[in-house]
Design a protein around this ligand. Structure first.
Ligand code: G3I
Length: 312
């Protein structure tokens, strides 16, 4: 799949805020963004709080909301090492048992939204900083093959969904990105159903990738035939000295850089920011990391996204 004439803009959202009393959150989302990624509502602790007892009430409402408003959903996420239910983490499991648990989770969740969620972060953050496969409950008990298995199970559950591996600190070539690339290359060569790689991009004004390096790194993934979306962009500003205006100008340049890289890559279909407003970010309000300020006014970061991604 290649994009049309513009890159789509997505937002990582919080369901409580989306339907909450402050209509500015909902209205800004509806006016500006093409898609949503639930920040927490589809993680394993939320969807399977008790073994084999799934809780879909909130996720169902969220998907219905998106469909009703013509917005797409990025499913996030079926296989991760965080936000796991305690029934899973408080004991150890035999390999066959854990395989059955993971297969059931992936297939129940992805199967439920078959045809309604077009894109999934099937596996989240599988690579460690040193370039090894991260030692998690999944890798520890199931071995290296868990990534391929999860993708195959997901594909069986919804053959139409685009399946992603999503990770952070993979913007530039280096031990972590290189290992992710080797994994992607291996999966593609084995014809495992992997369709894209998500680059989270939790970056800061003090430390961010320059455009050429970013494009070069993302391009090698897209040259494998994979999508290369930006999935969780936010830009911390506390590391930049100076006035608020100077910090926001520095931030604008980081947003421009990431958006320009995405725009330059034919297979970068969507750029998602991890939140909407500085009033509600996982980083706290002091970092001012998002495109809208605490009063829902567009910041320089939003103007540059609009311009660089050629939004309507
Ligand atoms: O919902 C409870 C609330 O009931 C309780 O009162 C409150 C007290 O701490 O906690 C609330 O849960 C928090 C939840 O966010 C919802 O706000 C959790 O403590 C908190 O840990 C959780 O943080 C989330 C984080 O993942 C956890 O790993 C962030 O919202 C979420 O944005 C963040 O997202 C991750 C991506 O999934 C993967 N990539 C990195 C990204 C940023 O960390």
């Amino acid at each position: 799949m290649t994009r049309g004439d513009r890159v789509q803009l997505g937002a990582g959202v919080d369901w409580g805020l989306l339907i909450g009393a402050d209509a500015r959150y909902r209205n800004t989302f509806l006016e500006v963004f093409d898609s949503l990624t639930p920040q927490n509502e589809m993680k394993m602790d939320a969807l399977q709080p008790q073994r084999a007892r799934y809780e879909f009430a909130i996720a169902d409402q969220l998907v219905a909301f998106a469909v009703a408003h013509g917005k797409q959903v990025r499913g996030h996420t079926t296989v991760w090492h965080k936000q796991l239910p305690t029934w899973l983490t408080r004991r150890s499991w035999a390999r066959a048992e854990l395989t059955a648990i993971l297969k059931d989770h992936v297939q129940t969740v992805i199967g439920r939204y078959r045809g309604r969620i077009s894109e999934w972060d099937v596996v989240n953050e599988p690579i460690a900083e040193d370039g090894t496969l991260r030692p998690t409950i999944w890798r520890g008990t199931l071995g290296h093959g868990y990534v391929a298995d999860a993708l195959c199970w997901a594909h069986e559950a919804d053959p139409g969904a685009r399946l992603y591996i999503n990770d952070y600190n993979t913007e530039l070539a280096g031990p972590k990105a290189d290992r992710l690339y080797a994994l992607a290359q291996e999966l593609v060569a084995r014809e495992v159903p992997l369709h894209g790689v998500g680059f989270q991009m939790h970056v800061s004004t003090a430390s961010y990738p320059r455009e050429a390096g970013l494009v070069a790194n993302m391009r090698r993934f897209s040259d494998l035939g994979l999508g290369v979306d930006v999935t969780e962009l936010d830009v911390r500003t506390s590391g930049t000295p100076g006035s608020a205006e100077e910090r926001l100008a520095a931030q604008r340049e980081v947003y421009r850089t990431v958006a320009a890289a995405c725009r330059a890559l034919e297979r970068c279909d969507r750029l998602t920011t991890w939140g909407i407003t500085d009033a509600h970010s996982w980083l706290g309000p002091a970092e001012l990391p998002l495109p809208f300020d605490g009063s829902y006014e567009p910041k320089p970061a939003f103007a540059v996204l609009r311009e660089t991604l050629a939004l309507r």
